[in-house]
Each structure stands twice: as C-alpha cells, then as structure tokens.
Design a protein around this ligand. Structure first.
Ligand code: G3I
Length: 379
C-alpha cells in the first residue's frame, strides 16, 4: 500500500518536472525568436524574394553593441496598438515624439500648456529604457492661432519665445537628451525663412532660442534640424554658414540634424553626404540622422522595395562611416502610420516595416550594415 503511494508520488513528480521543463523551453524559444526571422514583404505579393539575413537579432540589440542610438518617431495616437508598442520596444533604443511636443499641441493657448501626451511618451520611454529626442521648439509649422494671428510687440514676442522654451525644456530636463531647438529655418536658397519668428523678432530669434534652451537644461544637446541639407548644396551651405556664425558668437549649439526625407527617385549622393557630414563635424558639431524615410510611388513593386533597401543601406553605411556610431532615427517604422501618404497621396511605403508589421527588405539592409560594422570592430 505504502509502496503504491510512493510510486504514485514519484510519477506525479516526473509529470510536474516534465511540464515545468516544457514551460521553460517555450519561454526560451519565445525570447530568442525575433522579428528578423519573419519573412519579409512590402505592399506587394511576393514575400519569398527576400531572404532574412540574420536570426536572433533586432536592430536594437545590434545597435546597442555598437553604441549607436537607433530610433523612430512615435506617436501617442497609436499607443493602443499592441504591435506598435511591441515593435518599438524590441527594435529601437531611442524615440522622438512625432507631434506631441510641437507648439500647437503643447502650448495651444497663451498661458495653457498641455503636457499629457508628451508626458505619456516620456514615461513610456523611461519605462523601457529608451532615450528621447525632443522635437521641436521653434518652427514655422504646427503653430496655434494665437501665434500665427498674434499681434504683439517685439518685446512681447521675445517673452513668448522665452516662456515657451523655458517651460517646455525645463519640464523634460534630464529626460530629453537632445532638442531640435530650431527646425527648418532656412530656404532652398540658403536664406532665412520668412517665418512668424523672423518677421516679429528678427534673425536674432535663432540665437535667442539656443541660449534659452541651454539655460533651461545645460546638459541637453541642442540641434539645428532641417530637410534637404544632407548633401552639399545651396541650402546646406546656408545652414553651414549660419551655424558657423552662431558658434563664433559662442551660441550653445551642439549639432545638426539631417532629416533625410528622401525617395527612391531623389536621394543624396553618398560622397556628397560624407563630405557634408565631415564639414559639419569639423565645426565641432554632432551630426544625427533625425527623420529618415524613403518614399516610393504607389503601388510599390518588389524591384522598388529592393531599390529602397539599397538606398537605406547606402545612406546608413555612409552615415556610420562618416559620423561614427552616433544617432540614426527614422520618421516612424511601419507604413501603417507614415505621414507620407497623407501629404503625398501618390507616394508611400517609405518605412522598414509594412502595414502589417512585416519586415521589409529595407529592414534587412539596416541589419546587414550593422552586422558588417560589428564584424569590422571585432577584427
Ligand atoms: O490631430 C489632428 C486631428 O485632431 C485632426 O482630426 C486631423 C485632421 O487633419 O489632423 C490632426 O493633426 C495632424 C497631425 O499631423 C497629427 O496627425 C495634422 O493635420 C497634420 O498636419 C500633422 O502632420 C504632421 C506634419 O509634421 C505637420 O507638418 C505629421 O504628422 C508629422 O509627421 C510631420 O513631421 C514633420 C517634422 O515635424 C519636421 N520635419 C518634416 C516632418 C514631415 O513633414
């Protein structure tokens, strides 16, 4: 009787151990299977043409090993999409709020600041150990009516700028590692844009903005950020000369952001990009890629997705070779929420995941560059 009981306990013990082993095995398998193993695809039908290059990696895991900030713009509006959140946390170590820190959303009325959306993003980033890039303090777009239609004296405009920058930067002091202090202030011809800030304060608004941001958070890196300045051209010459002058005057400016909104039909020549990065770095500045996407005329074919991947690869590689492992941020990651189709109805598919969160050839292009870099440094 006793030995039957012992036998029964023995069998029960074996069953429990077997079940526990199965459970742990499933946990391990889940942790090591990553997006990289999933088949790639784009807007189009044939998913078999692209072979995944690596297993058990994410962009983040590779970038972390290089000391590279790899990031994406994110929006609070999509926080209820579990795939969205899961992908951000798995793939990136840095985020930029796409709209939530812009003037119209964070400071909609003269003495009203609405921080809740931006706060949620910063809290999310803190919870998952992601760095936050602040975007943007002074811009000519996404401004509230009280600014665009404002009728104030120059002194009052300066006070508005002071109040805005001091309040926003102070709130995220120590939480936002870098700010796009001035965004898109230069025209294609290299002159200062005729914005509400230029008209009402004069060219000094730029210097003032940087000085105020520095006062509010002396440890934050302060950037001038723009599109179309990736190669050597009239616009980037204008930005270069502007920043050089500001630096001579002791203005606290630490870097320049190349937005890199490009398309498969129009993208920077890699040599010109390298030369441009070099000249800005020689001023003592950091150069970050801050908003990359590569749009395609819709619908995108497999050949176009392959071309897009090639462009992501060339730009990423040129950036790393010229700027070192610093910061590479894309303006979103899934075609599901990209700004491109809303603005250019004929274009889209600009990002590295498709609308169903499937990895596209461009994703593997970035993985390939990261693996090559890691290989280089291990030699
Ligand atoms: O939030 C409102 C919503 O309430 C309303 O129903 C809807 C109707 O149109 O508009 C919503 O606001 C939109 C906002 O994005 C949030 O989705 C604005 O209309 C729309 O203009 C705005 O577009 C943003 C655009 O900047 C504004 O110029 C894009 O999301 C954002 O990706 C884009 O980002 C810029 C960078 O800040 C600077 N560099 C270029 C980049 C791309 O344009």
């Amino acid at each position: 009787m006793l030995s039957r009981r012992i036998m029964l306990i023995y069998i029960l013990l074996i069953v429990v151990i077997a079940l526990a082993s199965l459970f742990f095995l499933s946990l391990i398998t889940r942790n090591t299977s990553t997006r990289v193993e999933k088949p790639s695809g784009g807007e189009t039908n044939n998913n078999d043409v692209y072979t995944p290059l690596a297993k058990n990696y994410t962009l983040k895991s590779l970038a972390d090993r290089l000391g590279l900030k790899i990031g994406t713009a994110i929006s609070f509006s999509h926080f209820d999409d579990a795939n969205y959140i899961e992908t951000i946390v798995q793939e990136f170590n840095t985020v930029t709020p796409e709209n939530e820190m812009k003037f119209v959303l964070i400071h909609p009325f003269p003495s009203i600041y609405t921080f809740s959306r931006a706060d949620r993003i910063v809290e999310f980033a803190e919870k998952h150990g992601l760095k936050v890039r602040g975007h943007c303090l002074v811009w000519h777009q996404q401004l509230p009516d009280w600014i665009t239609q404002g009728n104030f004296t120059r002194e009052e405009w300066i006070q508005i700028l002071r109040d805005h920058i001091m309040t926003v930067v102070s709130r995220y002091r120590g939480k936002v590692y870098a700010w796009d202090v001035v965004n898109e202030a230069v025209t294609e011809n290299g002159y200062l844009r005729n914005s509400v800030w230029l008209r009402n304060i004069g060219p000094e608004y730029i210097e003032l903005a940087f000085r105020l941001a520095h006062e509010a958070d002396p440890n934050a890196l302060l950037f001038y950020n723009d599109y179309g300045i990736e190669s050597i051209n009239r616009k980037s010459d204008g930005v270069y000369n502007l920043i050089k002058t500001l630096l001579k005057r002791g203005v606290p400016i630490h870097g320049v952001g190349f937005q890199m909104h490009i398309s498969i039909e129009r993208y920077p020549d890699p040599d010109s990009l390298a030369e441009n990065i070099k000249r800005f770095r020689e001023l003592g500045l950091q150069v970050e890629i801050t908003e990359m996407d590569v749009s395609i005329p819709m619908p995108a074919s497999n050949d176009e997705l392959a071309k897009q991947a090639e462009i992501y690869k060339k730009i990423f590689k040129t950036y790393l070779d010229s700027a070192g492992p610093n910061t590479f941020i894309m303006w979103g990651f899934t075609d599901k929420y990209s700004w491109i189709p809303y603005t250019f109805s004929e274009s889209g598919a600009a990002l590295i995941f498709d609308e169903k969160y499937r990895t596209k050839p461009a994703y593997y292009a970035l993985v390939e560059v990261l693996l090559e870099e890691l290989d280089e440094i291990s030699k």
